[in-house]
Design a protein. Structure first.
Length: 403
């Protein structure tokens, strides 16, 4: 199952890039068609103008070579006398040509090698109008520019579309990976206490035990049950947070004693002195918070400091005011977080590394819940780290109230 889940995104990525290549090829083909057709249209129009030039030369020549065949009474019957018509002036011929054929003009020097010379006058030639040719070339260039701009717009639209699809695909792949990690971590988190409870139950029912042994086993079983209850509770809280239904019981809280109680209880729970806890708490600060929900935020941050820091640990918790805000900071000297991973650590199911190889237990829900709880209080939570091996600092800001 895991292998198939990992291979499916690769196939989707190949399909995506295949479709992208086909679209780009289609756009390139469309551009080449536009260039080819514009050149073909220009060639056809020039050929039409050359045909008009030949027709103009024929029109003028036929006017000179026409033979009148009148019957003269002075001649005998059946006698035909051919007479050339009176020759028109060159100016009249030029006006007639240019009036009938606007595509051509009569010039004194040939412009093209195939420009024909007028009969009966070897000093002028019929050629194509330069202004028409220039206009046609300008129109062709304009059409190519418009086609190029359309192609650029199309390419930009295709690029933006492909970028959007690629980001969506990457997001879906990341969600698939996080969900796979989440299922693996939840399975592990459920199996471990259940297996432990099964062992303790078999021990209790199958062996004779002393009273102190039963008390110790009961404490272990209580710990496993608490672990299961916390996991189920986290899942329920995530469902409520996603639905926007976190029900806060806000009250004005004196933060210094509240924070000390939460930190000391967490320190005892993890093992007295295991956190290397140092408190720097300003007195007299109050805020409207849900002490249980906000306490779970502090507990989660301290739990991460415990899990991701080597022995001997050093965890520092500070509480102070910044204007109208309360600033709560939890910092450790643990493994730290790479800068590229900082933007996603508050995402649901997000955990660094792979559940198949990760040794630290967890579900990837804790920091997501912290963010949602702090946001429900109208505050914000941020993480910072100078890099791997340099520890991590979490900063929580929320509004304060006057005493």
């Amino acid at each position: 199952m895991a292998s198939h889940a990992l291979q499916t995104p690769r196939v989707e990525r190949l399909v995506f890039w295949g479709v992208a290549a086909l679209l780009l090829l289609q756009v390139g083909f469309w551009i080449s068609v536009q260039f080819r057709e514009s050149n073909r249209l220009l060639a056809a129009r020039i050929a039409q103008m050359r045909a008009a030039r030949a027709e103009a030369w024929q029109f003028d020549s036929m006017g000179l070579l026409r033979i009148n065949l009148p019957r003269l009474p002075s001649e005998g019957p059946g006698v035909v006398v051919g007479l050339l018509p009176d020759t028109r002036s060159l100016e009249d011929r030029i006006r007639a040509i240019e009036a009938r054929f606007p595509e051509v003009v009569v010039v004194k020097e040939p412009v093209d090698l195939d420009d024909p010379v007028l009969l009966a006058d070897q000093t002028v030639f019929i050629t194509l109008r330069r202004e028409l040719l220039e206009r046609m070339e300008d129109e062709r260039i304009g059409a190519l520019i418009r086609a190029s701009l359309q192609a650029l717009v199309l390419l930009a639209a295709v690029f933006l579309g492909l970028t959007y699809i690629n980001r969506k695909l990457n997001t879906e792949m990341e969600v698939m990976l996080r969900q796979r990690n989440f299922l693996a971590s939840v399975t592990h988190e459920l199996k471990t206490p259940i297996a432990s409870l099964r062992v303790w139950m078999e021990t209790v029912f199958d062996r004779p035990l002393e009273a102190d042994q039963r008390s110790r086993i009961r404490a272990f079983m209580d710990g496993d049950l608490q672990r299961l209850a916390e996991l189920v509770g986290n899942l329920l809280e995530v469902a409520r947070a996603e639905a926007g239904r976190l029900e806060l019981s806000l009250e004005a809280v004196d933060l210094a004693p509240w924070l000390r109680r939460v930190c000391e209880a967490m320190d005892q729970r993890l093992g007295s002195g295991a956190l290397g806890l140092r408190l720097d708490v300003a007195e007299g600060l109050r805020a409207r918070i849900d002490p249980n929900y906000m306490g779970s935020v502090v507990e989660n941050l301290l739990s991460n400091a415990f899990k991701y820091a080597p022995v001997p640990r050093e965890t520092r918790v500070t509480l102070d005011a910044d204007g109208e805000d309360i600033v709560l900071v939890v910092s450790d000297r643990g493994h730290g977080i790479a800068s590229k991973d900082l933007p996603r650590i508050f995402q649901r199911f997000s955990r660094l590394g792979d559940e198949m190889t990760r040794s630290v237990p967890g579900t990837g829900l804790g920091l997501f819940l912290c963010r949602e709880i702090v946001r429900a209080h109208g505050g914000e939570i941020r993480a910072s780290s100078r890099g791997t091996g340099c520890g991590t600092t979490f900063t929580v800001r929320f509004g304060r109230v006057a005493r």
